[in-house]
Write a protein that binds this ligand. Structure first.
Ligand SMILES: [Zn+2]
Length: 327
């Protein structure tokens, strides 16, 4: 089966667009149909197989592409990667301004910014360069070909007679969006709340406290009183409120751990603190963890340190060599 109907009134169909990565094998894309109009929420990673699955599903659902709106919960490869293949020329593509900016940021400047930041956190130069290379998002779609519209908190997204409401849930990316139907109270959450993994939290390019933003976004979604939460990866689960509480507790625990490390060994560099945290990986030695996974860990660890510094729980000082040390 190419798709499943996961809700009626409004009619919502889930299409699992295949994509292999560490923790998941598909992106759950959702299609809302009403009065001949369609709203396509996320598209999936740019593979031939994925494009074929999504195209076929849209055909079988009878989606009139000229009456379809595309909504991106965030601009990551496995969400925005098929816009060029499935959205017709001039189609409305809704995205947050913050994520769109990241997409348009010149790769060289992102690379330099991240490389310099990582070096100042004590990461060796070759590793800092490697991690920085991973941090450069390739252009995921051609904005000139479609009608890019910025979506922000409280905006209405219409499909037929339905009116969905945009809910900003920054954290996983600086501009992550969710979409809420105030009538049925269903929520499309993107990667904000997942069961398969604890969603990664972005190191915000403007230095803002991404972890606090994420925790606030969890609180916000909890307070919506959703009837269902459709996540972009993994099977749907009814106990999403418990999951929100777990995610929050999980991050607070790790914060405490990082703080305890700094207290026990003051003067460590950022990278040293991050490496001392017990991450959920089946390796004892740092060198045994894959480069890709180390990159994720380092970036997320720095998000935690930013938060501790921002909250005044830890002090950050630069030494003579320009390396940031924590006390
Ligand atoms: Zn993502």
């Amino acid at each position: 089966m190419l798709f499943d109907q996961v809700h009626s009134n409004p009619d919502v169909f889930e299409v699992r667009v295949p994509f292999e990565n560490v923790s998941t094998s598909a992106t759950n894309c959702f299609v809302v149909l009403d009065e001949g109009e369609a709203l396509v929420i996320d598209t999936g990673a740019p593979t031939d197989e994925g494009a074929a699955v999504l195209e076929m599903a849209l055909d079988e659902l009878g989606v009139d592409r000229s009456r379809a709106t595309f909504f991106l919960t965030h601009v990551h490869l496995d969400h925005a990667g098929l816009i060029d293949r499935v959205a017709p020329e001039g189609a409305p593509v809704l995205v947050s301004a913050a994520d769109f900016d990241a997409l348009r940021a010149p790769g060289a400047s992102t690379y330099e910014r991240v490389r310099r930041l990582l070096a100042s956190e004590g990461v060796s130069l070759p590793e800092a360069s490697g991690y920085a290379r991973h941090s450069v998002e390739m252009p995921l779609f051609d904005p000139a070909r479609v009608d890019v519209r910025f979506a922000a908190e409280g905006d209405e997204v219409a499909v037929g007679s339905r009116r969905f409401r945009v809910v900003e849930v920054p954290g996983h990316t600086p501009g992550s969006l969710a979409l809420f139907d105030p009538v049925s109270r269903i929520l499309f959450g993107g990667d904000h709340v997942l069961f398969v993994i604890s969603p990664g939290i972005a190191l915000f390019p403007d230095g803002r406290d991404g972890l606090q933003a994420y925790l606030d976004s969890l609180e916000k979604v909890r307070a919506l009183g959703c009837s269902r939460l459709f996540a972009a990866h993994g099977d749907e689960r009814a106990d999403f409120e418990a999951r929100i509480d777990w995610l929050r507790a999980h991050h607070l625990e790790r914060l405490e751990e990082a703080q305890a490390i700094v207290r026990a060994r003051p003067g460590l560099s950022g990278e040293e603190v991050v490496r001392a945290i017990k991450w959920n990986v089946p390796f004892e030695r740092w060198e045994d963890i894959s480069f890709m996974q180390r990159w994720c860990i380092v970036m997320e660890g720095l998000v935690f340190l930013n938060h501790l510094v921002g909250r005044g729980l830890v002090r950050r000082e630069e030494d003579e060599a320009g390396v940031r040390r924590y006390f």
